[in-house]
Ligand binder design. Structure first.
Ligand code: ATP
Length: 888
C-alpha cells in the first residue's frame, strides 16, 4: 500500500482492491490488528516532549541551587570539606525529590491527555464499533458526521450532504462540499481533492462513510506537524501568581539576608561563617519547593477528578471550577438518565399508552416513520426468532444493541417492540437522502423510496415546528386537511404529554406524485401529513437531585438550558429541585424578543430556559458573565462551541459530545452526568484549599527560621543554627509534610461555603496574620531552646544548636497539623483522614533523629546527643506555639 498514492483518482472497486477491504464489512478485526502492527499507531509524534533525563537535569537549573553549588565549591576551596560534601548531598536529595514530583506530575498529565483523546466509529467484521482513534489503520471503514474531527486521511465512499472545514490545512475559511465521485485529473492540491478527507479537519454538516488511506505521520497533518502550533504548557493564573509571589519573596529575602550578614560581620562574626549563613538564610527564606508542589498537587487533583469521570483538558479549569457561581446545564442526558422509553402516543386523535408487543398494528406506522428517520446502527446483528410469524417476535431481550442518539435508539427500540425488524425496514424502504437533525432545526427528514418505487419524505421533530408545516392529518388511515381545531387538539395533547415529563416528537410524511430527484430533502419539509405524536419518558437522574441541592448549599446557581419543550423542561426542573412548583421558564422565542440589556437585567432570576437554540446559549453566557458570574456551561453539538468557548469553564459531554465541542472545552464529562460537574467543583475547591494550606505552612516555617537567626545575630550570639542545619530543614524535613498537606482530604466542608472570588488573594481571610504570628512563635521557640541550653543548662554550643535545631524541626512538624483547617483546631480533625501526613511526619521525625543519633550524620551536622530533660524542653517548646495559636 503505497502512501503517496493519489487516492482521489480511483473508483470504489479499485479502492477496495487497493486497500483490501469490503464496502459492507470493512476490515476483519484480525487484519486490523495485523495492520496496526505493520503501520503503527495513528498518532502525530511530539518531538519536544521532555525526557526523564531533561526533567532530572532541570531540577539543578534553579537559581537557588546554583547559589548552593557555588557555596559548596567555595567551602571546598576553603578546605571546609564537610560543609562542601553536606551541601552537595542536600542538593542531590532535594533534586531527587523535585524530580520525583515533576515526573509524577508529567506522567499523570500525559495519562489525562490520553483519556481525552478522541474515538472513531469504524466498521470491522461488518459491525460498527467505537475504537480509540489511535488504533485506526489504512483500509478501515469509518463513519463520520457533523461535529467529528477527521481522525486520519481517508477517501469518501458514500456521503449525504457532507461539508468540511479544512481551514486547518488549507487556510481557507469557507467550508468545502465533498463528494464520493472519483476525480479524473492528476496532481491536484489538497483543496481540490473533493473526495478526500484529511486528518484534523472538521465535519460541519452531513455524514459519510470513508476508507482510511493514511494514518499517523503518513497523513498530510503528519507531514506538516512541525508547523502546527503546539499547545504550550501554560501556567494557570494561580501558578502565575505564585511565581510573582516567589519573585517578590526572593527580593525581600535577599535584602533581609544581606542585612543580617552585614550586622553579623559588624558584630564580629567570621566572613566565611556569615557567607554560609547568608546563603542558607536565602535558601530558608525562599520557598523554592512551592511551584513544584503546586504543580504536583494540581496534577494529582486532576487525576483524582478523572477517576470521578471529570477529565480536565485545561489545568486552569481546576482553579476556575472552585470559583464558579452558575452552572448552566443541558437537560437531556446530563440532568436526566438518557435511558428513554416510549410511554404514550397520540394517534387517531387519541392519547394511548404504548405497550410493547401490544397494539402493534396501530403503532407500527408512526414508529416505522420515526425509526427510519434516524441514524441508528446495530452493534450486533439481529437474532431472528425461529417463529417469525409470532407477533412480538422481538421480545425485549432479543432486541440487538443499538448505537446512536438516545432519542433515536429509543424510537428504533419501540419499533422492534411492535414486533418488526429494523433491518428489514431498512431493506424495504431505501433512504436515498437525508436532512440531519441539529439543535437549530429541531427536526430531521429523510427521502424514502417505498417498495412500490414511490418517493416519500418522512419527518420527525419538535411538535410546533412540524405542525406548522402540516397541511393534512391522517385519521384511521384516511388523509384529510388539517383544521385549526385539529391543530389546537394536537397542541393540547402535546401539553398533556409534556406535563407528564415526556419528551414529545411529532411524526409526519409527505408523498410525492412525481418522483422528485434524490437531493437534500430539507426544501420539501412542507405540505406534510400529520401522523401523530410520540412521548418518551426520560427520568431525572437521582444523583442530579442531590447535586442540585449541593449546588444551592455551596452558593452555586444551577440553570437548565434545554432544546426541549417548556412544559417538559419545567416538570423535570421541578423534580430536580432547580425551580419551585410553578416556577418560571423562559422560552427561546421570549429570549429572541429581548434586547441584550433586558436579558442582562433578568438573567439572575431565570433558572430554566426551554426551546433554546445554540446561539441563544451564547447570549445567556454573555449576559451572565457581564453580571460578574463565573459560568460553567455544558454543551455537546458543533453549534455549542462558541458558547463553550465564551463560558469561564466549557464542559463537553464525553459520550454524546462532538469532537469540536470537546476541543474547546476545559472539562469533559466521561459519564455526561451533572453530578460529576458538582463533584469536580468540590474537588477544585479542595485543591485550592490545600494549596493555601501548604503555602501557609511553608511561609510560616521560613519566617521562623529567618527570625531565629536574626535574633541570634542582633543579640551578638553565635549562630543558633548552622547553615547546613537550615538547609536540612528547608530542603528535606519540611518538604514531605508540605506535600502531604497538598494531598489533604477536606477538613473543612468546602461545599458549605459560597464560591470564592477569583480575584481574591491567596492570603485572604486572615492568612497573612496567621503566617506571621506562627512564624514569630516558631522563631521565639527556637531561640528559647538555644538560650535555655546555654544559660539554664550550661550546655556547650553544639548541644545548644542541636536543641534549637530539633525545636525548629519539631515545631514545624506540630504546626503542620494545625494547617489542615481554617475552621477547626487540629485536635478536632481525625488524624486518619490524611495518612500521607502521618507518614510524612513520621519520616521527617526519623530523619531528624538519625541526624542526631547516627554518628556518621552527627559528624556532618555537628549535633550532640540530648538527655531526657533537654528533650522535654524541646518537646514543650515545639508544641506550645501550635496549641497557643489554635486555642486563640
Ligand atoms: P438538551 O438541550 O437539554 O440536551 P434536548 O436534547 O431536548 O435537550 P435538542 O437536542 O436541541 O435538545 O432537541 C430539541 C428538540 O428537537 C427536542 O425537544 C425534540 O423536539 C427535537 N429533537 C430532538 N432530537 C431529535 C431527533 N433526533 N430528531 C428529530 N427531532 C429531535
Amino acid at each position: 500500500m503505497a502512501i503517496e498514492r493519489e487516492y482521489y483518482l480511483f473508483n470504489k472497486e479499485e479502492l477496495q482492491d487497493l486497500l483490501a477491504f469490503t464496502e459492507d464489512k470493512g476490515l476483519s478485526k484480525r487484519e486490523a490488528v495485523r495492520r496496526l502492527y505493520e503501520y503503527g499507531r495513528n498518532i502525530i509524534r511530539e518531538s519536544d516532549k521532555k525526557g526523564v533525563f531533561t526533567i532530572f537535569i532541570d531540577q539543578f537549573r534553579d537559581f537557588m541551587i546554583m547559589i548552593l553549588m557555588a557555596a559548596s565549591c567555595l567551602s571546598f576551596v576553603m578546605g571546609e570539606f564537610s560543609d562542601a560534601v553536606s551541601i552537595l548531598a542536600i542538593i542531590i536529595l532535594n533534586g531527587l525529590m523535585g524530580f520525583i514530583q515533576e515526573y509524577r506530575a508529567e506522567k499523570s498529565l500525559a495519562a489525562l491527555k490520553k483519556l481525552a483523546s478522541p474515538n472513531a466509529r469504524v466498521i470491522r467484521d461488518g459491525l460498527l464499533e467505537e475504537v480509540d482513534a489511535e488504533e485506526l489503520v489504512p483500509g478501515d471503514l469509518i463513519i463520520l458526521e457533523a461535529g467529528d474531527r477527521v481522525p486520519a486521511d481517508a477517501r469518501i465512499i458514500s456521503t449525504k450532504g457532507l461539508q468540511v472545514d479544512e481551514s486547518l490545512l488549507t487556510g481557507e475559511s469557507v467550508t468545502v462540499e465533498k463528494t464520493e465521485r472519483s476525480i479524473d485529473r492528476r496532481g491536484l492540491v489538497l483543496a481540490e481533492q473533493k473526495n478526500m478527507l484529511f486528518m484534523g479537519t472538521a465535519i460541519t454538516r452531513g455524514k459519510c462513510r470513508a476508507v482510511v488511506v493514511a494514518t499517523g505521520m503518513n497523513t498530510e497533518m503528519g507531514r506538516i506537524a512541525y508547523l502546527l502550533e503546539r499547545e504550550e504548557n501554560r501556567l494557570t493564573p494561580l501558578q502565575r501568581r505564585l511565581k510573582d509571589l516567589g519573585r517578590w519573596l526572593v527580593s525581600l529575602s535577599l535584602i533581609m539576608t544581606l542585612l543580617i550578614v552585614l550586622i553579623g560581620i559588624l558584630k564580629g562574626q567570621s566572613i566565611y561563617n556569615m557567607f554560609m549563613a547568608g546563603v542558607s538564610l536565602a535558601v530558608a527564606a525562599i520557598p523554592e519547593g512551592l511551584p513544584a508542589i503546586v504543580t504536583l498537587v494540581l496534577a494529582v487533583g486532576v487525576q483524582k477528578m478523572s477517576r470521578n469521570n471529570a477529565i480536565v483538558r485545561k489545568l486552569q479549569a481546576v482553579e476556575t471550577l472552585g470559583c464558579s457561581t452558575v452552572i448552566c446545564s443541558d437537560k437531556t442526558g446530563t440532568l436526566t438518565e438518557n435511558q428513554m422509553s416510549v410511554k404514550k402516543l397520540y394517534i387517531n386523535r387519541r392519547i394511548m399508552a404504548f405497550e410493547p408487543g401490544g397494539k402493534n398494528i396501530v403503532f407500527e406506522k408512526i414508529l416505522r416513520i420515526a425509526a427510519l428517520c434516524s441514524n441508528v446502527e446495530l452493534r450486533k446483528e439481529e437474532r431472528r426468532s425461529p417463529f417469525r410469524k409470532v407477533k412480538g417476535f422481538f421480545s425485549s431481550n432479543s432486541i440487538p444493541e443499538l448505537m446512536g442518539d438516545p432519542t433515536e435508539t429509543t424510537l428504533v427500540k419501540a419499533y422492534y417492540e411492535t414486533g418488526h425488524s429494523y433491518t428489514d425496514l431498512k431493506k424495504q424502504y431505501q433512504v436515498i437522502a437525508e436532512e440531519g437533525f441539529d439543535s437549530e432545526r429541531k427536526r430531521m427528514s429523510v427521502l424514502v423510496e417505498t417498495p412500490g418505487k414511490r418517493r416519500e419524505l418522512w419527518i420527525k421533530g419538535a411538535v410546533e415546528l412540524i405542525l406548522e408545516r402540516c397541511k393534512y392529518i391522517e385519521n384511521e388511515g384516511i388523509r384529510v386537511p388539517v383544521t385549526n381545531k385539529d391543530k389546537a387538539d394536537i397542541l393540547k395533547a402535546n401539553e398533556i404529554m409534556a406535563g407528564e415529563a415526556l419528551r414529545v416528537l411529532a411524526v409526519a410524511y409527505r408523498p410525492f406524485r412525481t418522483n422528485i430527484r434524490a437531493e437534500s430533502p430539507g426544501r420539501f419539509e412542507n405540505e406534510l401529513v400529520f401522523v401523530g405524536l410520540v412521548g418518551m419518558i426520560d427520568p431525572p437522574r437521582v444523583e442530579a437531585c442531590q447535586a442540585v441541592a449541593s449546588c444551592y448549599r455551596a452558593g452555586i446557581r444551577p440553570v437548565m438550558i434545554t432544546g426541549d419543550h417548556s412544559i417538559t423542561a419545567a416538570v423535570i426542573a421541578e423534580e430536580l429541585g432547580i425551580i419551585p412548583a410553578g416556577g418560571k421558564v423562559m422560552t427561546g422565542d421570549e429570549l429572541k424578543k429581548m434586547a441584550d440589556q433586558e436579558l442582562k437585567e433578568k438573567v439572575d432570576e431565570i433558572q430554566v430556559y426551554a426551546r433554546i437554540a445554540p446561539e441563544e446559549k451564547l447570549r445567556i453566557v454573555r449576559a451572565l458573565r457581564e453580571k460578574g458570574e463565573i459560568v460553567a456551561m455544558t454543551g455537546d453539538g458543533v453549534n455549542d462551541a462558541p458558547a463553550l468557548k465564551e463560558a469561564d469553564i466549557g464542559i463537553a459531554m464525553g459520550k454524546k459530545g462532538t469532537d469540536v465541542s470537546k476541543e474547546v472545552s476545559a472539562l469533559i464529562l466521561a459519564d455526561d452526568n451533572f453530578a460529576t460537574i458538582v463533584k469536580a467543583v468540590e474537588e477544585g475547591r479542595k485543591i485550592y484549599n490545600n494549596i493555601r494550606k501548604f503555602i501557609k505552612y511553608l511561609l510560616a516555617c521560613n519566617i521562623g527560621e529567618l527570625l531565629s537567626i536574626f535574633i541570634g545575630i542582633v543579640m551578638g550570639l553565635p549562630l543558633p543554627l548552622l547553615p547546613i542545619q537550615i538547609l536540612w530543614v528547608n530542603l528535606v524535613t519540611d518538604g514531605l509534610p508540605a506535600l502531604a498537606l497538598g494531598l489533604d482530604n477536606d477538613s473543612d466542608d468546602v461545599m458549605k461555603r459560597p464560591p470564592r472570588d477569583p480575584e481574591e488573594s491567596i492570603f485572604s481571610h486572615g492568612m497573612t496574620g496567621h503566617i506571621i504570628s506562627e512564624g514569630i512563635l516558631i522563631g521565639i521557640s527556637t531561640m528559647a531552646a538555644f538560650l535555655l541550653a546555654i544559660y539554664r543548662y550550661g550546655a556547650d554550643l553544639d548541644t545548644a544548636r542541636t536543641m534549637a535545631f530539633s525545636t525548629l524541626v519539631f515545631s514545624q512538624l506540630f504546626f503542620v497539623f494545625s494547617c489542615r483547617s481554617e475552621e477547626h483546631s487540629f485536635w478536632e480533625i481525625p488524624l486518619y483522614t490524611n495518612m500521607y501526613l502521618i507518614g510524612a511526619v513520621f519520616i521527617s521525625t526519623v530523619m531528624q533523629l538519625a541526624v542526631i543519633y547516627l554518628p556518621f550524620f552527627s559528624k556532618y551536622f555537628q549535633t550532640q546527643l540530648l538527655n531526657s530533660g533537654q528533650w522535654s524542653v524541646v518537646f514543650l517548646l515545639s508544641c506550645w506555639s501550635t496549641i497557643a495559636v489554635d486555642l486563640i
